[in-house]
Design a protein around this ligand. Structure first.
Ligand code: BGC
Length: 355
């Protein structure tokens, strides 16, 4: 694998030297045409652009288009070409897309795993072909990925617990509506939550996993289990899309605003619910920071460098390089400074009543 990378590098160096000699030769012949010659050298170099493939789970949830746009734009600024794939939540489709990116001879493949435990073979195939692999946002288990870059997901769970405990100082019964368990972030968020509530009188009496992060699943689950829904003193939702459907359910029962409901992502409608008082908190995760750092890391890996500031995380069988970005808890109290001042959403979009 290293030999292949070395060969590619040598080829590139020979190519650059040949171009340089050509420039010197032309400059000697016609001194005043230096500018246009330099331009043509740049153009020629761009044929050697770094190729990055990025395989998304789906664009169903609001944040992912932002992830895509920022990643692609930063990678392009750094001289890379980006091939974007979307598996629409289908594991097999994602596997096929990764194989396609391997055949296309990408320098780096960035993966938002549909199923964190299902991509071991594909990662190995890519690495055998000399391609670097980055696990984006979600860890890929049991594979020696070259980098895992994400938010601190345990911290997200801790924030959710803190927000619920602040609303239920004497303890209470909590229902969890998670995303799918095949997304490794779900277990990390739950671990952070469970560790935090220990010894505070908060009891999780029911846990549900919504397939493919589908919001309607949360609504249907509550509708089909009215006794559980009634019993809950608070609902911990895996993200804002699920929280939105929980708020919808409790609005119909006239409990919205009176039952603490938490989520994550700082989706626009979640921010609107927070200022209205129907959702207790969300978690802001700077997609700008994540996507930019991931694009920079991908380009750096393509150039054969290691990621200097990476820590390490265990993914079952390996210790892999890990870059983590801190999330921020968002409530009514700090929504202006965290969400509006950062430009994540516009004030007039969040505060609909002020319009
Ligand atoms: C991410 C969340 C996102 C969810 C659904 C999770 O892995 O951590 O931010 O809402 O996937 O796309």
């Amino acid at each position: 694998m290293r030999d292949l990378i070395l060969m590619n590098k040598i080829k590139r160096i020979i190519h650059s030297i040949a171009l340089l000699l050509l420039v010197v030769f032309i400059l000697q012949g016609c001194g005043n045409k230096a500018e246009s010659v330099t331009a043509s050298v740049d153009k020629d170099d761009s044929k050697e652009e770094i190729q990055i493939g990025i395989a998304f789970d789906s664009f169903l949830i609001e944040r992912w288009e932002r992830d895509r746009d920022i990643f692609v734009s930063r990678a392009r600024d750094l001289g890379a070409e980006v091939n974007v794939q979307n598996a629409n939540g289908d594991v097999q489709k994602q596997k096929d897309q990764i194989k396609y990116l391997i055949d296309k001879k990408m320098d780096v493949i960035v993966i938002v795993a549909v199923d964190s435990s299902e991509l071991k073979k594909e990662v190995e195939e890519a690495q055998d072909a000399g391609i670097k692999v980055v696990a984006y946002d979600r860890l890929v288990m049991d594979s020696p990925v070259d980098l895992y870059i994400s938010f601190d997901n345990e911290m997200v769970g801790k924030f959710m617990a803190d927000a619920i405990m602040a609303e239920l100082p004497d303890g209470g019964q909590v229902m969890k509506i998670n995303g799918p368990s095949k997304d490794n972030n779900v277990s990390l968020v739950n671990k952070g939550f469970d560790d935090e509530i220990k010894g505070h009188g908060i009891v999780v009496f029911d846990t549900y996993y919504a397939a493919e992060w589908k919001g309607e699943e949360a609504f249907n689950y509550l509708t089909e289990n009215p006794q559980k829904a009634d019993k809950a003193d608070a609902v911990m939702c895996g993200n804002d899309s699920l929280a939105g459907q929980a708020v919808r359910y409790y609005s119909e029962k006239r409990r919205a605003g009176r039952i603490p409901i938490v989520g994550q992502d700082a989706d626009l409608d979640a921010c609107q619910r927070i200022v209205e008082g129907t959702q207790t908190m969300t978690v802001y995760k700077s997609i700008e920071q994540l996507a930019k750092r991931a694009a920079e890391a991908a380009v750096s890996l393509a150039k054969g460098n290691n990621i200097a500031d990476a820590a390490e995380i265990e993914n079952g069988s390996f210790e892999v390089p890990y870059v983590s970005i801190p999330p921020v808890m968002v409530t009514k109290d700090n929504i202006d400074s965290v969400i509006i001042d950062s430009g994540f959403h516009l004030r007039e979009d969040v505060y609909l009543k002020e319009r």
